[in-house]
Design a protein around this ligand. Structure first.
Ligand SMILES: *Cc1c(COP(=O)(O)O)cnc(C)c1O
Length: 486
């Protein structure tokens, strides 16, 4: 182990200093100008370190992080595709980054044009009438979309429609968003092949149905082949169809939710459109709706006048504001740059390549890992743990062992349909060489599980922290140095 691989936090030494500030500007003379009652009584408790200490500390800390830029990150449902660096440069352009949301619209025409164009691009991609880019994340988009759904029924005097049907395989945010929107959640079962059971759905479709939330391809990466029938049934019952488009990746330019009969959807720009995410970074969850719902979209909205100028409008029938101003603009810039740099034709290749990569891994590993649902998947698929259950090696153990080999773990224990779910999504940005390395390592871990199960159960062996208490690590994480000191 290298010296800097140890967990050293206390670097402070009394009196050590890494800076020198001009005395006339920041020294005692400058302090005189600050009113006495605003001055600190005691010096702040700051680390006393040299510049070299600081540089080494942060440089070493940064290398302990795992990201798409450091290794393969097959986290299912999360679409950890490469984030092109040109997007970052564009989002950082001072002409955009320096804008203030309250400056006159005449002086921010370029930004509004970008918002407007991205809105239109998404409408074309989704086959829906209009988008708002205001929501801050996928779950926020869901909440916004469900508020539109609720508002639609209320505006028609149909208050009793409060029931939202959610498949048992759905992402956890779906039922949660429905609850927050003041709706009631009813679960619909999946068939053994992972798709919605239409027979199970029919009895749920009464005059209290507000709508159904679906993910297509679903959480198992399977396309819902009966979607047209489902759309017909839900619409006939007076409900709306909500499309969870967090993972629109495999559908890009191939199939449009609007054409499948969906009325409302959200898209995660921070998954499908390559903007960085993870670590709680900024996201963006635009919401699109069919023509009959456009007036209900949240305020403010960006419009284009007949004179070609862009302006901001607050619609009267709108459900109100769901964000401050127009959402996370920097994220929109990155997504727009991604769309333009790929162009219409290349955007159509994203889905097939992501699908090919997922199927390649699935077929290469199914001799060692249990594949509960056979057949071609889309951009992701789910294993139900190792095929050989006799070793006692779990999905959690395999996930941790992967860290020793320098791969990020797949999504584990989701979806809840299987006991040992392991959800793998390679994305289209990975090369065959990387996929082959991953496949080799997965086979190796399966072999280790047979030959030396205890070693796999005690993994990881190479990380700085190896076995945190799973629950406290999630519920009571120690995130600061002060917390650690107690
Ligand atoms: C990621 C995801 C969401 C939630 O998106 P956030 O931006 O994390 O709120 C919703 N549904 C599905 C299917 C997802 O994969």
């Amino acid at each position: 182990m290298k010296y800097y691989d140890k967990l050293i936090f206390e670097l402070s030494r009394p009196g050590r200093k890494g800076y020198e500030l001009p005395a006339d500007k920041y020294g005692c003379d400058a302090l005189k100008e600050i009113p006495a009652d605003l001055l600190r009584k005691e010096a702040p408790e700051l680390p006393e370190v040299s510049e070299l200490d600081v540089v080494r500390h942060y440089t070493n800390l940064s290398s302990k992080n795992f990201g798409v830029d450091t290794g393969f990150y097959p986290l299912g449902s999360c679409t950890m595709k490469y984030n092109p660096k040109i997007n970052e440069e564009i989002a950082a352009m001072p002409e955009f980054a320096g804008l203030h949301p309250l400056q006159p619209v005449e002086s921010a025409q370029g930004a509004l044009e970008l918002y407007y164009n991205l809105q239109n691009a998404l409408s074309n991609i989704a086959g829906l009438a209009e988008f708002t880019l205001n929501p801050y994340a996928g779950a926020h988009g869901e909440l916004t979309g469900l508020m539109v759904m609720r508002q639609y029924h209320i505006s028609r005097g149909d208050e009793k429609r409060r029931k939202v049907i959610v498949p048992d395989s759905a992402h956890g945010t779906n039922p949660a968003s429905a609850m927050v929107a003041g709706l009631e959640v009813v679960e619909v079962k999946s068939k053994p092949n992972g798709s919605i059971d239409v027979e199970d759905l029919k009895p749920l479709l009464d005059d209290t149905v507000a709508g159904i939330m679906m993910t297509n391809p679903n959480t198992l990466g399977m396309f819902e082949t009966e979607i047209m029938e489902i759309a017909k049934l839900v619409h006939e019952a007076g409900g709306l169809l909500y499309y969870d488009g967090a993972n629109l990746n495999p559908m890009l330019g191939k199939v449009r939710p609007g054409d499948m009969g969906f009325d409302i959807m959200h898209i995660n720009l921070h998954k499908t459109f390559s903007t960085p995410h993870g670590g709680g970074g900024p996201g963006s969850g635009p919401v699109g709706v069919a023509a009959h719902l456009v007036d209900l979209l949240p305020n403010p909205r960006v419009k284009k006048g007949e004179d070609g100028k862009f302006y901001i409008e607050n619609g009267e029938k709108s459900l109100g504001n769901i964000s401050s101003f127009l959402g996370n603009f920097g994220v929109m810039m990155k997504a727009y740059a991604y769309i333009l740099s790929l162009g219409k034709e290349n955007l159509k290749n994203v889905g097939p390549m992501a699908t090919l990569n997922a199927n390649y891994i699935k077929e290469s590993l199914k001799d060692d890992y249990l594949l509960p649902i056979e057949g071609a998947c889309k951009h992701e698929f789910v294993f139900d743990g190792l095929k050989d259950k006799s070793t006692g090696v779990t999905t959690l153990n395999v996930a941790k062992r992967l860290l020793d080999y320098g791969f990020h773990a797949p999504t584990i224990y989701f979806p809840l349909l299987f006991h040992e779910s392991m959800m793998i999504e390679p994305t289209e940005t990975e090369s065959k060489e990387t996929l082959d390395e991953f496949i080799e390592v997965m086979h190796k871990v399966a072999q280790e599980a047979r030959e030396n199960p205890d070693m796999v159960k005690n993994a990881p062996h190479t990380t700085l922290i190896s076995h945190p208490d799973e629950t406290t690590a999630a519920k009571k994480p120690i995130l600061s140095y002060r917390q650690m000191k107690g």
